[in-house]
Design a protein around this ligand. Structure first.
Ligand code: NAD
Length: 267
């Protein structure tokens, strides 16, 4: 086999794509930033916390990645609740990389969709927008968090409508609905065995999800492998939303490893 063929085969699943990931300094956004870069994307890691975004870039550029990683990754400060900052994020991305193919609105959605759609449209080839919703946008809980739940329901409805509106431009829009994840935020709240088992009894796979499992779903939606998928609610929830009664025996599903190692920092 020739060297050219070997190098060609090493291309990643996002080779040649320019991707913005918001909330890239922690959790799902951190995992997605590292994963997308390893799959050949040029990555803009955006976060309200610039230091956290810069730490993600360090992780992307460390020496452990596969050799096809292009290592074109930049950190930008952006508060996704401020329209002017999101507009600037997209403008700065276009200045740096010349185009936008994928917007992963992992933090915030509306302004991210607005400016990403304009930028992707200018490229004329279409692209992928991924919005992070939640399983709580699909089902109720007796431990209410009403504003959060309503906002996640809105993310699902907004994503569906945008998908239909922009389908003829080949701009795909999908919502990911993660189940409960083993992240510090949730685990600090679920600080007793009783609170944990009250949740896990509803999860057929019998464990909390990992941020990398959501990042893997986002990778699929970002790539051309999902070229015929738009307007969906992509449930990545261990079967939670499919279940009425769950098995009594303990689960055998093992959690995959995240890129983030707690010893490395504050993600
Ligand atoms: N963790 C879960 O169990 C879970 C379940 C379902 C859905 N989600 C959703 O997944 C997404 C990411 O969650 P996570 O668990 O990875 O969170 P996280 O707290 O680990 O990371 C969130 C990141 O977003 C950044 N951020 C916060 N506010 C911002 C703003 N205004 N502008 C820009 N960046 C901002 C933070 O600095 C942080 O780096 C969120 O939309 C969340 O609602 C999480």
């Amino acid at each position: 086999m020739s060297l050219t063929k070997v190098v060609k085969d090493l291309k990643g699943r996002l080779d040649g794509k320019v991707c913005i990931i918001t909330g890239g300094g922690s959790g799902i956004g951190f995992e997605a930033s590292v994963l997308f870069a390893r799959e050949g994307a040029d990555v803009v890691v955006a976060d309200i916390n610039l230091k956290a975004a810069e730490a993600t870039i360090e992780r992307i550029k460390d020496k452990t990645g596969p050799i096809h990683v292009r290592k074109h990754a930049i950190a930008l400060k952006c508060d996704v609740s401020k329209e002017a900052e999101v507009k600037k994020l997209v403008e700065d991305t276009l200045k740096e990389f010349g185009k936008l193919d994928v917007m992963f609105n992992n933090a915030g959605v509306w302004f991210g969709c607005k400016y990403a759609i304009e930028a992707i449209r200018r490229g004329g080839k279409g692209g992928s927008i991924i919005n992070t919703a939640s399983f709580v946008g699909l089902m109720g809980a007796a431990t209410p968090q009403i504003a959060y739940t309503a906002s996640k329901g809105a993310v699902i409805a907004l994503s569906r409508e945008l998908a239909v509106c922009h389908a003829r431009e080949n701009i795909r829009v999908n919502a990911i609905c993660p189940g409960p994840l083993r992240t510090p935020l949730l685990m600090n709240y679920l600080n007793t065995d009783e609170k944990i088992s009250r949740r896990l009894v509803h999860v057929p796979l019998g464990r909390f999800g990992e941020p990398i499992e959501i990042a893997n779903a986002a990778l699929f939606l970002a790539s051309d492998e999902s070229s015929y998928i738009t307007g969906i609610e992509f449930k990545v929830d261990g079967g939670l939303t499919a279940a009425y009664v769950t098995p009594e025996e303990p689960g055998t599903s093992l959690p995959p490893k995240n890129f983030f190692k707690p010893s490395e920092g504050t993600s």
